[in-house]
Design a protein around this ligand. Structure first.
Ligand SMILES: Nc1ncnc2c1ncn2[C@@H]1O[C@H](COP(=O)(O)OP(=O)(O)OP(=O)(O)O)[C@@H](O)[C@H]1O
Ligand SMILES: N[C@@H](CCO)C(=O)O
Length: 329
């Protein structure tokens, strides 16, 4: 058995917050976030061996989740993980159960990939725990990502990987969804700062998807394809001006911004104060601004904290991309 587990008798995983879409890649691009001041911006899930399954929910946003642990996505991750093990010929009754604890640090319906963070932490720690117990690797990263996407799809109504993939892998990821290859890591601009501001209100991902038109006009489709292709090329050539110029959302933002008070004013302030790009984080209400200077990021962070935040629940952080992704400790 894994020595780390033997020493501690429990394992924990941390999975960072993420920006879905990154404006220009609806459902196809995602970025993991790490506040530069070292604060925690992601959920943690802990497991230890037990006679029967249980889930305890703690943390700042625990009381915003359904009181019944059975409706928590972490419980569903556990059952899904066991049924995938059964498909591999490992019966659940041949294994010990676990007591799980979710430390819910991310607000729900925030646009920070809150459910994705719980899902990624849960699958990652379960896989490490049972791998240590059984003594052989049970699922590889792509198999885990497929499970994570399926569970995320149960919440939002359709499978999309743009939160779970960056959250698990770290950095900036492009969805491939081809055969076993779910997502691809992309080059990044290491000196960019990503100001991420959560307003404090909740926007359901399913509702924010429901307001989008079911079809996209030809001109918009061509612009979407051009922007995404040019952006990826610019990343590989490290042409940051061209990359930043592609970071606009022609698919979702025109419809979703009506759900976000002070969105236009915030964009105007950010761009006038040097932001390279500004957009909705995932399905909102969080927004993000990209800056190539820490001084500009500080000015924008402070303005958003004073003007975009609507109540005591909101917060704003200057981040860089979390290149590590989910970790087990
Ligand atoms: N561990 C969990 N974390 C977050 N949401 C959960 C969890 N367990 C169950 N839920 C439920 O899943 C739904 C999450 O909704 P939604 O997808 O809008 O939020 P989100 O994942 O927090 O959004 P976002 O990706 O924008 O941060 C809520 O109804 C919430 O009660
Ligand atoms: N791509 C998803 C992300 C949700 O956080 C959406 O925009 O609906």
């Amino acid at each position: 058995m894994d020595t780390q587990y033997m020493q501690k008798k429990s394992l924990s995983a941390y999975a960072p917050a993420s920006i879905g879409n990154v404006s220009l890649g609806f459902d196809l691009l995602g970025a993991a976030l790490k506040p530069i001041d070292g604060s925690l911006l992601g959920d943690e899930v802990e497991v230890c061996q037990a006679d029967s399954f249980s889930l305890q929910i703690k943390g700042r946003f625990a009381d915003k989740l359904p009181a019944d642990p059975a409706s928590n996505i972490v419980t569903q991750c556990y059952h899904h993980y066991l049924s995938c093990l059964a498909n591999k010929g490992i019966a659940s009754d041949s294994l010990p159960a676990v007591a799980m604890t979710l430390h819910k640090h991310l607000p729900i319906g925030s646009g920070l990939g809150s459910s994705a963070s719980s899902i990624v932490a849960a699958f990652h720690v379960l896989n490490q725990f049972y791998t240590a117990l059984v003594g052989k690797k049970l699922f590889d990263d792509n198999e885990l990502l497929l499970m994570m996407g399926e569970l995320e799809g149960q919440i939002s109504g359709s499978v999309h990987y743009d939160n779970v993939a960056p959250c698990f892998m770290g950095g900036l990821t492009l969805m491939a969804e081809h055969g076993a290859q779910v997502a691809l890591p992309l080059p990044i601009f290491k000196h960019w700062y990503w100001v991420s501001c959560y307003s404090g209100i909740s926007v359901s991902t399913a509702a924010a998807r429901a307001i989008l038109p079911k079809q996209v006009p030809m001109g918009t489709t061509i612009q979407f394809g051009r922007q995404l292709a040019v952006f990826i090329d610019a990343l590989y050539r490290q042409d940051e001006k061209l990359a930043a110029a592609m970071m606009t959302d022609v698919v979702a933002e025109p419809y979703r911004k009506s759900l976000l008070p002070f969105f236009d004013e915030s964009r105007e302030f950010a761009i006038q104060n040097g932001a390279l790009a500004f957009g909705i984080s995932g399905s909102g209400p969080s927004v993000f601004a990209v800056c190539d200077s820490l001084e500009q990021a500080k000015v924008i962070n402070q303005w958003l904290a004073e003007n975009y935040i609507q109540n005591d629940t909101g917060f704003s952080h200057i981040c860089q991309l979390d290149q590590q992704g989910a970790v087990v400790y």
